[in-house]
Design a protein around this ligand. Structure first.
Ligand SMILES: [Fe+2]
Length: 218
């Protein structure tokens, strides 16, 4: 008898590099984040409409790796991780390669959520975590077959984590998480914020801060 496990989906989680490297890079990114909150009027306006109580440069400055040295450095350190991810996938990239095309920052106070979405034009997406306060929200992935389950019964609560319809990864500051751009994911509200929803001010010490990015095959 055999049970064949088919079509695996890989989510990669690893420390970016040595702790000292992450620490100094995180300080530099935080310093740039302070600056962005001062100058990125378009992003602040976009966030008011699309990113409740938080700030993201997704709608205004999504090529931070091209203009800010700290993000450029982050891009350099991401390369071996993306290479490892591509190897695990057995991708034949031919004469091309995976190229970093967009990189933006996300500052999420406890009440900010990022609803279910995917990154439709890319191949590899991911996030580097800058600040993950205690009790911070995980990143939650959805089983891509969910819309085909039709009459399938629900699973027992004791089902192994990786066989459930949603899978959460709890990242720590200094870590990088990579995933296929087609997999839907979200950042739910921090549990503590659910009981007393309120308008939070962007505070870099207590916010969940991350840098997200997309790689295309070119
Ligand atoms: Fe995303």
């Amino acid at each position: 008898m055999a049970f064949h496990t088919l079509f695996p989906t890989f989510v990669y989680q690893e420390k970016l590099g040595k702790p000292a490297l992450s620490k100094s890079l995180i300080q530099d990114i935080l310093s740039d984040a302070k600056g962005l909150l001062q100058i990125d009027e378009q992003g602040l306006e976009w966030s008011r409409d699309h990113y409740q109580n938080g700030y993201t440069s997704y709608g205004s400055m999504d090529k931070l790796h091209e203009g800010f040295p700290a993000f450029q450095e982050l891009a350099t350190h991401l390369q071996p991780h993306v290479k490892r991810f591509a190897k695990k996938q057995n991708w034949d990239l031919g004469s091309g390669g995976l190229e970093l095309v967009t990189m933006w920052i996300n500052i999420m106070p406890p009440s900010t959520v990022h609803s279910l979405h995917l990154h439709p034009l890319s191949v590899v997406s991911g996030t580097f975590y800058v600040n993950t306060p205690s009790g911070t929200s995980p990143i939650k992935f959805e089983d891509p077959r969910l819309d085909r389950y039709m009459a399938q019964p629900p699973r027992h609560p004791s089902t192994p984590k990786r066989e459930q319809p949603f899978y959460t990864v709890e990242p720590k500051a200094g870590e990088v998480v990579l995933f296929d751009s087609w997999i839907r994911h979200e950042v739910p509200q921090t549990p503590a914020a659910r009981s007393k929803p309120k308008k939070d001010l962007v505070d870099l010490k207590t916010a969940r801060i991350s840098v997200s990015f997309n790689y295309d095959w070119r």
